[in-house]
Design a protein around this ligand. Structure first.
Ligand SMILES: Cc1cc2nc3c(=O)[nH]c(=O)nc-3n(C[C@H](O)[C@H](O)[C@H](O)COP(=O)(O)OP(=O)(O)OC[C@H]3O[C@@H](n4cnc5c(N)ncnc54)[C@H](O)[C@@H]3O)c2cc1C
Length: 436
């Protein structure tokens, strides 16, 4: 039996903990936050507890669904057919099926056909590595034409990547289309999205109970500030309070699941080359508002925006989730993806709320800010690594030069978008080659 420390209690750390305790190891989880779950954690907005960031499960998310099944919540999934909207040229239109796509106003028929053919083609491409060598702009322009790129693709890319879309490879849009296709291709040809009743708060509460029952030692409020080796080759972990008390703890193996640059900072004995590779991973951040309001904005779960607005999409959770979960009200997320050093991170909550609500008033004539009951903002500077050109060739190795130390995180999702399914799959794949 080995003593294993897992740093980070997002879905990656939680899955690793579950599997390793099942193998009979001694598992300790260190989490800097006061609760488990990382990006998938929940919080309170008004009197409602729901995900801090909008989350949905697809029918095709077999890894997520298996974990949820294992912790006993599979029967709690609700599956709903959702609709997608587009806000473009000051108008909100539905784009949930082929007929609506063919009527879509901003593009002429030829552009629409080229756009449709691009998506159809991208869904069938298998060699994603070749796409890492082409910029997303060049690839989409070649397939869809310049006009469609400027009108449709560019605003959608900017929504997630900002100006960094210029440095991003075609693998990014390929993996996004693959996931979108998987959602529609799970037998029903409809966009069926799912959630667990009670949201991720419930999933995580149950996950934590299961792990603790099995004997995992979960330490919250425990940011790890250094990982070193002792004379016998064991790994020494120190959290802030342990450093203050001159205490630390010794493990046979340590698996770090947080952002790459944090790993470089807290592990002084990594080689210069390893540190450089870890620091070279560039992240995209998010400022994401949760808005609890009396009336819904629309019946679209996702509204893509191609006009200039202060947020980069609208996700109406209450178009998916039964409104009884929210006391009969609507829950809307307004995300803005930005670079980690964007000035938006320094703006006050009041300033952001004012800007976002003013935009909603312009976009939705029926929207009245008096109907807003709660407005809460999440700020995360490192959400997902930017898939720049030749991304996987420069990826830091999961095995490090320090015996027993592994650094694995969302940077190692090389041919998929960031989602819980990919995260759980990453953990399962890692464990196949991990012997303790
Ligand atoms: C806006 C948004 C929308 C999303 N929508 C969806 C969706 O619809 N469907 C879906 O499946 N997925 C979605 N995701 C993605 C999903 O949340 C992630 O795939 C998943 O949560 C990543 O888990 P992780 O463990 O890799 O990372 P994280 O959740 O980031 O966990 C890392 C953990 O490590 C901890 N940590 C870091 N450094 C230290 C340290 N030094 N010491 C101790 N602890 C440390 C952090 O506090 C954190 O808890 C969304 C994410 C966001 C942000």
């Amino acid at each position: 039996m080995s003593d294993i420390a897992i740093i980070g209690s997002g879905f990656l750390g939680l899955t690793l903990s579950l599997r390793l305790i099942e193998r009979g190891e001694n598992v300790t989880v260190f989490e800097s936050a006061p609760e488990i779950g990382g990006l998938a954690s929940a919080w309170q907005i008004g009197d409602v507890t729901w995900d801090k960031h909008y989350h949905v499960t697809l029918l095709s998310d077999s890894f997520t669904r298996k974990i949820v099944d294992e912790i006993g919540l599979a029967d709690e999934y609700q599956w709903v057919e959702t609709k997608t909207g587009f806000y473009t040229d000051g108008k909100l239109v539905s784009m949930s099926n082929t007929a609506e796509f063919l009527k879509f106003p901003p593009l002429d028929l030829v552009s629409k056909l080229r756009l449709g053919a691009t998506i159809f083609y991208a869904a069938r491409v298998k060699d994603w590595k070749a796409l890492e060598k082409i910029s997303v702009e060049d690839w989409l322009t070649k397939l869809s034409g310049r006009k469609t790129f400027e009108k449709m693709w560019k605003p959608l890319l900017m929504a997630k990547l900002g100006e960094a879309y210029k440095e991003t490879s075609a693998a990014f849009i390929w993996s996004t289309i693959q996931r979108m296709y998987a959602a529609r291709n799970s037998g029903l040809k409809k966009e069926m999205f799912g959630y667990v009743r009670g949201g991720y708060a419930r999933v995580l509460k149950r996950f934590e109970e299961v792990l603790r029952e099995k004997g995992v030692d979960i330490r919250l409020n425990s940011p790890v500030e250094s990982i070193t080796s002792d004379d016998s080759g064991k790994l020494v972990i120190s959290t802030r309070s342990q450093i203050a008390n001159r205490k630390s703890q010794i493990f046979d193996k340590v698996i770090f699941t947080g952002p790459s640059n944090v790993a470089a900072k807290i592990t002084p004995a990594l080689t210069q080359e390893e540190k450089q590779k870890l620091q070279n991973i560039r992240y995209q951040g998010i400022v994401c508002a949760s808005v609890l309001m009396k009336e819904s904005l629309s019946n679209f779960y996702v509204t893509n925006i191609t006009d200039e607005t202060p947020f980069t999409g609208i996700i109406e959770m209450s178009a998916l989730v039964d409104r009884s979960e929210f006391g009969g009200r609507a829950l809307v997320y307004l995300p803005k993806y930005v670079a980690p050093d964007d000035e938006l991170f320094d703006r006050s909550d009041a300033e952001i709320e004012e800007t976002f609500l003013t935009a909603l008033e312009t976009m939705y004539p029926h929207f009245d800010r008096k109907a807003v009951e709660a407005f809460k903002i999440s700020r995360v500077r490192q959400v997902f690594p930017l898939p720049v050109l030749d991304y996987s060739a420069h990826l830091p190795s999961i095995n490090t030069s320090i015996e027993g130390l592994y650094i694995v995180n969302s940077a190692h999702i090389v041919n998929g978008t960031l989602n819980v399914n990919e995260t759980v799959q990453l953990a399962e794949n890692f464990l196949r080659n991990f012997s303790s």
